[in-house]
Design a protein around this ligand. Structure first.
Ligand SMILES: [Zn+2]
Length: 179
């Protein structure tokens, strides 16, 4: 006889569990309170065994982030990306939708790219998306957000001297976006 399937309720004690607390979030949904991974945004069934198996060494996103955070310049890069990631994820989601309208998708991508481009061009730049080459419009000393600038300041105080290269790497990120 098969074991009866029962739904386990989320337990607050799990939030304090040393092997789960680094990534575990609790969210309210129509199904009640659910467990979610902070790093990969996966919703995990509220069963301790499933949560355990999603532990950081199995969650690829968490592992990758951990590797990146270890390095200061990577951390600065993440500081810079963080405010944008929400927008990127929204566009990704829109593309995954089955009944997506192509006009709406183009609009979403255009909006995201324009928002990225604003960050590396001057405020009154006449850059036209899909017409101009971003390379000729890009400025390399733009303010790249509070988190990033703060991190850079901290790194420079600790003796970091490769700021220009680090900023350039952010710009290169944008070049790859235009394709
Ligand atoms: Zn995860």
């Amino acid at each position: 006889m098969p074991k009866p399937q029962y739904t386990q309720k989320f337990r607050d004690a799990w939030l304090k569990d040393p092997s789960l607390k680094e990534w575990l979030l609790v969210i309210d949904s129509t199904l009640g309170r659910e467990a979610k991974c902070k790093f990969c945004s996966k919703i995990i069934t509220s069963r301790y065994a499933d949560l355990k198996s999603h532990d950081s060494d199995k969650c690829y996103t968490a592992q990758m982030l951990y590797e990146m955070y270890k390095d200061d310049t990577n951390y600065a890069f993440i500081c810079f990306l963080k405010p944008i990631l929400g927008g990127v994820q929204r566009v990704n989601k829109a593309f995954e939708a089955k009944n997506a309208e192509s006009c709406k998708l183009l609009e979403d991508v255009t909006m995201l790219l324009n928002c990225l481009i604003k960050k590396v061009t001057t405020p009154n730049s006449r850059f036209k998306l899909f017409y101009d080459d971003i390379e000729t419009f890009v400025v390399r000393d733009n303010y790249l957000g509070y988190l990033f600038e703060n991190k850079i300041k901290e790194m420079k105080e600790a003796g970091f001297s490769d700021e220009a290269n680090l900023r350039e790497r952010k710009c290169i990120f944008y070049y790859s976006c235009k394709d």
